[in-house]
Structure formats: C-alpha cells, structure tokens
Design a binder for this molecule. Structure first.
Ligand code: TRP
Length: 446
C-alpha cells in the first residue's frame, strides 16, 4: 500500500500537533495542581527526558523502518517472530479507547466556546454549578458536542495524511502557538506571575507518593503521544532524509514548553483572582471561566481565545489517535479510507457515549465499577497501564529484537556513535526496568 508522504515540516507540525493537546493544557495543570506543583513538575520533566525522549526515537524508528501500519511494521521488522510481535502492533487500539473520553472533553470545550461568547459565569460557585449541571444532567448538550467532535475528527482523517492531517496542522498549530504566546505575555504582566512560578518550580516533596510517580510516568507518555502508535504511524510517512534525533528533540521541546507555558499562564490567572489550583479536571472549566469573568472585557476575549486554542490543540491530537487504527484497517483489510475512518470512528463514538453517561446522575450508578466510573476507568487504564505497556514493548522491540546493526544503520545520520551508545543503553537497561517498576506501583493504586 503506497502512503502519501508528509513534508518534513508537515511531519514536525503533525507530530507536535499530536503531542500538544488536552494533555498539556487541560490535564497537566490540574494533575500538577493535585500533586502539589513543583515536585511533580520536576519528576515529570525528568521522566520526559530520561524515558520519553528515548522512547520517541524508538517509536519513530519502527514506523520509519517498517513503512507500514503499526501491525505490519512490527511484523516486518521481526521476520522470525512475526506471529508474536504483530500483537504489539495492536497498541494502536489504545488510541480508540483514549478517544472515547477525549472526544467528550473536546465536546465540553466546544460548549465553553459558546459560553465564553454568550455569558461567562460570574462567580466560582456559579461556574461550578453550571459545569456540574453540564456533566451530570445535560445529556443532550454533551451528546450534541460529542457528535460534533466525532464528525470533525473523523472527517479530517477521511481526507488522509496529506490533505487532511498535514493541512489541518499547518493551519491550527501556528495559530495555537501565537494565541498561547499572546496570552502568556499578558499573564507575565500580572502580579501573580511570580506566585505561579513558585508554585510550578519550588518542589514540596510531602505531596509526592507512589501514585504521583505512576501518574507522572503515565502523563509523560500521554503528553508525548507515546505508546500507542500515533508517532509510529505518522513516521511511516516520513521522508527518508530526516534526522530522527533532532526531530524528536523539537517535538519533545515544543510539547514540554507549551505545557509549562500553559501551566504558568493558568496558575497566574487563578492566583491573581484567588482561585484554587487543585480543582481537578474541572480546573479549566470551573475556576478559569470565573476568573475570565472577573477580568472584564479583556477576560471575554481571553476566554474565547483560550477555548478556541484548546479545541485546536485537542483536534490535532485526536486525529493522531484515530489514524493508527484507520491505517491498520486500510493496510490489512484493504478498506477504503472512508470506510476505515467511520468504522474506527463509530467505535469510539459509541463507547464515548457510555463514558459520557457514566458522569451523569441518571446513569452513574449503572456505569460505576468499584472506585471509578467508566469515564475515569478508561482515562486511568489507558494513561497509567496501556501507554506504559506500549512503551515497554517498543523499547524491548528496538532494544532486543531488531538486530543492533539494523538499528544503528537506520540512525546512521541521526546520531553519533557516542549518542547511539547512550540511547541504546537507556533503551535496554534503564527504561524497561523503570517501566516495570511503575507497573508494580500500580498494585498500590488499585
Ligand atoms: N498527546 C496528546 C495530548 O497531550 C494526546 C495524544 C494524541 C496521545 N496521540 C496520542 C496520547 C497517542 C497517547 C498516545 O493531549
């Protein structure tokens, strides 16, 4: 199957578009807030550099060398163990699971664009009430926007790598970056900026426990789009002459930079108006709208820019969550792109409806299992179990299964001998044990 190729810039934008998403702007600030700020940020940064960066190169390499969908690439690179390793290719399915709740959250964001345009809540209490009302009672609005999100995501994927995904990222990513920088500069001019700096960078180790560690590692994978074949599938369409190390570094740098900028900006706004940093998933939907209201007319403008930017970030990530499964269906079953996209799309759309219902008063009892409802289970299992597992498989595959000479040759122009030796060492001896330890820590969390 011949795949349309990305341009070099197109790939960087698409991969960065995949990485920069709700994970950076919605999730990162609230989990940092819940886990005490600075100490958590530090663990996360170390994880991104020590694990994320190396796994990113490895995942890219599988697509770059395999040139097929995820299952096909694993098969092709392990000709003797084809039957076993093809199963690693099914990590692409995690993307569909993530999309179930990801699409619902993009739906909330769409709704909040209209809230920002019409009337922001005038106090935190009011904001909390209307967000709770949306989640627990307003099934119709959520369904409407979840449907809209599903259609936007699926229709871009239907158009393919070049005229769908690449084009979308060419427009949305630069716009998003300009919007964020504009808002960040405004945040820097406020008094509370120094307080936000302190919150994000001065560690308070008392808030850290084994669950924070699991969350930090899971989030490093989530935010870098690692462990489920997004990057792998995009890399199958990479032009042959790309420096993988440099490209990975750009993507990791952009992703981390934007998470930090978004975090600092959000906390500045919150502290400036005395709002709470540890509000959980409601942070950007509760505290923030009330703060925008307090700011007056500039606040309305900021609110619109913020939620539109967040929607852009979410959509460019969502297409990368869908593409691996679609590419698999096309390569393996010779489906048309249209058919493959809607088949995979419908899957997340329908499970997403159950996830959405599990937050509502009417159905929560039915859809809660043990300590979490369906929505939270999917979030937790995908980020804390399936993505690290995918990362483990990728590291073992490149570190132990694909012959070393072959790996070295593919990275010939991307790494010096020294760089290769260090990276390979990490992939073999540091990352797999680290991920296994993290997975054992899960036992404490369950
Ligand atoms: N990285 C995106 C975010 O931060 C989400 C995402 C897109 C993702 N593709 C992925 C997460 C692949 C894990 C794996 O929101």
């Amino acid at each position: 199957m011949k795949i349309a190729r990305f341009s070099r810039m197109g790939f960087i934008l698409a991969a960065a578009g995949s990485a920069v998403g709700l994970g950076n702007i919605w999730k990162f600030p609230y989990i940092a807030g819940e886990n005490g700020g600075g100490a958590f940020v530090l663990i996360y940064l170390i994880t991104v550099l020590a694990i994320g960066f190396s796994v990113m190169i490895a995942e890219m390499l599988i697509g770059y060398m395999g040139r097929l969908d995820s299952v096909g690439s694993f098969e092709k690179l392990a000709p003797q163990n084809k039957g076993t390793w093809k199963f690693a290719g099914f990590i692409g399915f995690t993307g569909i699971l993530i999309l179930t709740f990801y699409s619902v959250v993009i739906g909330w964001i769409f709704h909040y664009i209209s809230v920002a345009l019409v009337a922001l809540p005038s106090s935190v209490e009011e904001a909390e009430q209307s967000f709770t009302q949306l989640l627990q009672a307003d099934i119709g609005t959520q369904l409407f926007y979840h449907t809209l999100a599903f259609l936007s995501i699926t229709l871009v994927v239907v158009k393919g790598i070049k005229s769908g995904i690449e084009k979308m990222n060419y427009i949305l990513m630069p716009t998003l970056i300009i919007m964020l920088i504009g808002m960040f500069l405004y945040a820097m001019s406020l008094d509370a900026f120094s307080q936000a700096l302190e919150f994000m960078f001065v560690p308070d180790w008392s808030k850290i426990n084994s669950e924070s560690l699991v969350v930090a590692v899971g989030h490093a994978f989530f935010t870098l789009s690692l462990g489920m074949a997004s990057i792998l599938t995009y890399s199958a369409s990479l032009p042959k002459t790309v420096n993988l190390t440099k490209t990975s570094l750009i993507i990791v740098g952009l992703d981390t930079g934007i998470a930090i900028i978004a975090g600092l900006m959000l906390f500045t706004f919150l502290f400036q108006y005395g709002a709470e940093p540890s509000k959980g998933p409601g942070l950007v939907f509760i505290s923030l709208p009330a703060v925008f209201y307090e700011m007056g007319s500039i606040g309305t403008l900021l609110a619109v820019i913020f939620f539109v930017g967040l929607a852009f970030a979410g959509l460019t990530s969502a297409v990368s969550l869908l593409e691996p499964m679609v590419q698999y269906l096309i390569d393996r079953y010779k489906y048309s792109r249209l058919k493959a996209s809607f088949l995979a799309g419908n899957f997340f759309y329908i499970i997403g409806i159950f996830a959405l219902l599990s937050n509502t008063q009417a159905y929560s009892e039915l859809l809660t299992f043990g300590s979490r409802n369906l929505f939270d289970w999917i979030d937790f299992i995908t980020a804390s179990v399936l993505l690290p597992l995918g990362g483990l498989l990728i590291s073992i595959f490149i570190g132990y299964v694909v012959p070393k000479e072959q790996v070295r040759a593919a990275l010939h122009s991307s790494m010096t001998d020294m760089g290769f030796a260090i990276w390979y060492f990490f992939l073999r001896y540091i990352i797999p044990p680290a991920l296994i330890i993290v997975m054992f820590n899960l036992l404490n969390v369950f």
